[in-house]
Design a protein around this ligand. Structure first.
Ligand SMILES: [Zn+2]
Ligand SMILES: [Zn+2]
Length: 253
């Protein structure tokens, strides 16, 4: 038997619920009114700068002066990555108290699994321009080493990927890439050390095939691109036709 709820009653219940438990900003805990209701208050949201044009059409780095056309940056010209293009939802500055940094750190290091859905939605809706024209066959989240996965209890890239998968109807397979060895945290390493650190860190699951497929790789933060580039190399070696990269945040320092 289905329970029919009067829509006006259901609205009132929602209103009462919001009044009793007002939504709180995930960065500053302040009250939330209006859009992005599940993540940021208006004041924190105003500090989150979305990645816009002009940018490097390969690695997705936004150009700070905000003028001119998209063009390939010097880093990508010097050392072309293995992926076709990478894009991110928002810029990730270095300041410790930046709202996006606070939220990402709560998600990853304070193990707030509940942030997966709202952040994944921001990513899926905010990167529509990139995602709608992609024709990806498969979403692959960057895998964690089993020890880190056990500590955190979830793979943050998988939770982000799930929302993109739902929004665009692209299947996700979290078992395509496996992390072969544990790598040192990348945060304190210089760029060439990061590349060496992740070299050979991933392998393709022998029970999966990516031959001829267009793969969308998902991660939380793009810093030097070393990790997603190494994943892309592994996917291309396995016969992937093309690899694209999507991350929630993009370091801009
Ligand atoms: Zn806030
Ligand atoms: Zn670039």
């Amino acid at each position: 038997m289905q329970l029919a709820v009067n829509p006006r009653l259901s609205e009132r219940i929602d209103w009462l619920f919001d009044w009793l438990y007002p939504p709180r900003c995930r960065a500053c805990r302040g009250r939330i009114f209006g859009p992005d209701a599940e993540c940021f208050c208006a004041s924190c949201r105003a500090h989150v700068q979305l990645v816009g044009h002009p940018l490097c059409q390969v690695c997705g780095r936004p150009y700070p002066d905000g003028s001119g056309d998209d063009h390939t940056c010097g880093v990508c010209l010097d050392r072309p990555p293995r992926f076709v293009a990478a894009r991110a939802w928002a810029c990730y500055p270095r300041e410790d108290d930046h709202p996006l940094r606070l939220v990402v750190q709560k998600f990853k290091y304070s193990r707030k699994v509940s942030l997966g859905k709202p952040l994944g939605r921001l990513l899926a809706l905010g990167c529509e321009e990139f995602l709608a024209g992609l024709n990806a066959d498969l979403i692959v989240p960057v895998p964690l080493y089993p020890k880190r996965l056990r500590w955190r209890g979830f793979n943050q890239s998988l939770l982000l990927g799930r929302e993109v998968s739902r929004a665009y109807g692209i299947p996700m397979d979290p078992f395509v890439l496996l992390r072969r060895r544990e790598t040192a945290a990348q945060t304190q390493l210089a760029e060439d050390e990061r590349r060496r650190n992740v070299r050979g860190a991933f392998e393709l699951n022998a029970e999966r095939s990516v031959k001829g497929k267009c793969v969308l790789l998902i991660d939380d933060v793009y810093t030097s691109g070393a990790t997603v580039n190494e994943c892309s190399r592994t996917l291309k070696q396995g016969g992937a036709k093309a690899v694209y990269v999507l991350t929630l945040a993009r370091a801009v320092y």
